[in-house]
Design a protein around this ligand. Structure first.
Ligand code: ADP
Ligand code: MG
Length: 334
């Protein structure tokens, strides 16, 4: 069964950035106001995330890496109205099958933190021959998760990841997307053993501040606010887009639906076709969109690796957003 679990885990987590996305969503689900990320060797040797969220109770620590263990879904009906990111209870379990995991966590009710180590979904001793019980230790309220030696037992995955700079850049991309969408949460990311912080969004930074930090200061004066809402179609969209003069190396399309980072190829195509009428050939826009749709109208992606979503009135909503984009861009060129 362990080998089967390991293969299944390798299907969900392909690279350090996938693991980080899951860990970041958990930190945000826990209400963290501040999140710090550290990586060594592109996150393959070490990936650590520290959050100031509500923490994990001592009694729950033995269970969190077991498959289908989640505190976020009480009944099947919850699935249609799910507001949090996680609902499958599979992320930590998967990661623990393909890496060494150490969790240190403290809740507000506890006067100390507890640390536990995991392998293959289960608690393991911190040192050989000692007990598997979580050990009390010093620590602030919140959770720190350390993932070490990712894919140590999946050689073909490990071998496929040759470029640690590339892996680190993918981590930065995930952090910057979540930082933009969660402007109220302070986030930082750096390589272990270096002094330079690659991303640091202070408390109180605006969305424009954060986009300027993660996508270069030049973007600031090119950003246009996009807003549209349609009561009949049951959605609101807010975001920032670059105007006709600004070009990035490739199109940056950051789409959040009900605060989940997702893909919608129909929306992406519609946005691209609006820009082809205004942007010179070969240049690419930056688009950040946050959509709110009645959760009952969103088809929650049932497979963990699929980010593509579909929603009710998809064609009409896509057209409405494309029209809003067109008039936003037209307004800016006058
Ligand atoms: P899911 O997010 O789908 O519930 P996960 O495997 O990602 O499943 O996490 C399992 C459980 O562990 C969560 O439901 C939550 O109770 C707990 N947990 C994980 N990460 C954190 C965190 N950073 N802070 C508080 N609780 C956490
Ligand atoms: Mg989760």
């Amino acid at each position: 069964p362990t080998v089967v679990n390991r293969i299944a885990a390798g299907e969900i987590i392909h690279r350090p950035a996938n693991a980080l996305k899951e860990l970041l969503e958990n930190a945000l689900d826990a209400g963290a106001q501040s999140i710090q990320i550290l990586a060594k060797d592109g996150g393959l040797k070490q990936l650590q995330i520290q959050d100031s969220g509500h923490g994990i109770r001592l009694a729950d620590l033995p269970l969190v890496c077991e498959r289908f263990t989640t505190s976020k879904l009480q009944t099947f009906e919850d699935l249609s109205s799910i507001q949090t990111f996680g609902f499958r209870g599979e992320a930590l379990a998967s990661i623990s099958h393909i890496a060494h995991v150490t969790i240190t966590s403290r809740t507000a009710e506890s006067n100390c933190a507890y640390r536990a180590k995991y392998a293959d979904g289960q608690l393991v001793p911190a040192k050989p021959g000692t007990s598997t019980d979580p050990k009390p230790c010093a620590g602030n309220v919140g959770t720190q998760i350390l993932v070490e030696d990712l894919f140590y037992n999946v050689p073909f995955r490990r071998k496929a990841l040759k470029n640690i700079n590339d892996e680190y850049n993918r981590i930065l991309e995930v952090v910057s997307r979540y930082a933009i969408h969660n402007a109220g949460v302070s986030m930082s990311c750096k390589k272990i053993g270096t002094t330079a912080t690659d991303i640091h969004t202070p408390v109180g930074a605006s969305i424009v501040d954060i986009i300027s930090q993660t996508h270069g200061g030049k973007i600031r004066s090119q950003l246009l606010k996009l807003e549209c809402a349609h009561a009949n179609l049951g959605f609101t969209a807010k975001g920032y887009v670059t105007n006709a003069n600004f070009s990035t190396k490739k199109m940056q399309f950051l789409l959040f639906i009900n605060h989940r980072l997702v893909d919608s190829s129909s929306l992406k195509k519609a946005i691209e076709s609006v820009y082809t009428t205004v942007l010179p050939k070969g240049s690419h826009p930056f688009v950040y969109l946050s959509l709110s749709i009645d959760p009952q109208n969103v088809d929650v992606n049932v497979h963990p690796t699929k980010r593509e979503v579909h929603f009710l009135h998809e064609d009409e909503i896509t057209i409405a957003i494309a029209e809003a984009l067109q008039s936003t861009l037209a307004g800016s060129s006058e």
